[in-house]
Design a protein around this ligand. Structure first.
Ligand code: SF4
Length: 375
């Protein structure tokens, strides 16, 4: 079954929600929460909502056995807050379970899907994305970062995995019509290599935190793992942040997201124009209250910025009973939170840059960053 982005974002509103998960072989996370704990709001508030085989990873954790987290980043644009939710989850899990985190920078994916013009051209962006992600609080000794196209081991594994996958299976899974370039077909094997490499080379079963729209790659990789008798990768499914305009967030629609390098004027404009559940006038809102269920500002508070449940509840109540006004209270509050976050992030970035080569599995050319800075 293929779902489009809107359907995936609203999946929980569908009456056949559990049936869809069942069809994909995905379980709701609730049953595992007593083992995972709910100290983090991602688990407490259902932002991580489902899993496949994470119970097996929990078994390993309880037996003091190793596992790894793997999640890639396709370097075709600057990071935005929608990306950070995933990597904040990984940072939390990595620290909690003291496991390794593997992060392929999949320039090859962006190249074959024509999101970048050249592999060389995305090199600086790969390094920039890595800096932003590592600045969330990762330590070099716990991570393996690599640029996919220049990592021979990944290309070798992909080649060997390619004989365990048919073109017809890839075509059906990705909805290809035969007009796609050959690189997009082979990329499924590269993706499998990213996911299975910690297991084949380090004997660490993996968990892959993803959005439901990425699950098709998991299913293809699990097929390969089964045929090659490699431990199948587990997955955790997260809900995305809502786009500021009310629909899905997208890197190619700048008004839907806030990039980490947006300037303060742009950030203010985007937040003050964000779609909310507010009324047409302040008077009406004071009398009737507003609707947080459809509000993007509330969504950002709940999923990312406000970790204290009591504070969040006060906003929820204040919204519903008309005490809060979108443009006077919530939007300025979100703006301040975003600006504070970015200020702190900038400081952490500077620390990462000093040690950047220590995060990578291969040599990197730091002069590229200096060149990018001077242009
Ligand atoms: Fe959203 Fe706040 Fe407006 Fe309620 S008052 S709709 S939470 S911005």
């Amino acid at each position: 079954m293929q779902l489009n982005n809107n359907e995936i974002q609203d999946i929980e509103k569908r009456t056949d929600y559990t049936k869809i998960l069942d069809e994909f072989g995905i379980s709701q996370i609730d049953k595992e929460l007593p083992r995972i704990g709910t100290e983090h709001h991602f688990f407490r508030r259902g932002i991580v909502f489902a899993h496949r085989d994470f119970d097996k990873i929990l078994n390993r954790i309880e037996q003091n056995k190793d596992f790894a987290i793997i999640s890639g980043r396709g370097p075709s644009s600057d990071l935005h807050f929608g990306h950070l939710i995933l990597f904040e989850l990984i940072r939390y899990l990595q620290e909690k379970y003291q496991c390794k985190f593997f992060m392929p920078l999949s320039d090859d994916e962006k190249y074959v899907f024509r999101k970048i013009d050249s592999l060389e051209g995305s090199y600086a962006l790969s390094l920039e994305n890595a800096i932003d992600i590592m600045a969330l609080g990762f330590e070099p000794e716990n991570v393996h970062v690599y640029i996919s196209s220049i990592t021979p081991r990944i290309q070798y594994l992909a080649l060997t995995f390619s004989t365990s996958q048919t073109y017809n299976a890839i075509k059906a899974a990705l909805g290809f019509n035969g007009e796609e370039n050959a690189g997009t077909v082979f990329y499924t094997c590269i993706q499998a290599a990213h996911i299975l490499h910690p297991t084949t080379d380090y004997n660490m079963p993996v968990v892959v935190p993803i959005g439901l729209d990425q699950d098709v790659y998991m299913r293809l990789t699990r097929d390969i793992a089964r045929k090659r008798k490699i431990t199948s990768p587990a997955s955790l499914y997260i809900k995305y942040l809502k786009g500021l305009t009310g629909g899905p967030m997208s890197s190619s629609a700048p008004e839907t997201c806030i990039y980490l390098r947006d300037n303060s004027k742009v950030i203010k404009k985007k937040i003050m124009n964000a779609f909310t559940g507010g009324r047409a006038t302040i008077k009406e809102q004071r009398e009737l209250g507003a609707n947080p269920d459809i509000c993007t500002v509330y969504d950002w508070f709940k999923k990312f910025f406000i970790k204290d449940d009591k504070e969040l509840e006060e906003i929820l109540n204040g919204c519903r009973n008309g005490d809060l006004i979108c443009g006077l209270d919530c939007k300025p509050k979100l703006l301040e939170m975003v600006q504070n976050y970015l200020e702190e992030h900038k400081k952490r970035r500077n620390e990462v840059i000093k040690n950047l080569s220590k995060y990578f599995d291969h040599e990197i050319d730091l002069s590229i960053l200096e060149e990018a800075d001077s242009t």
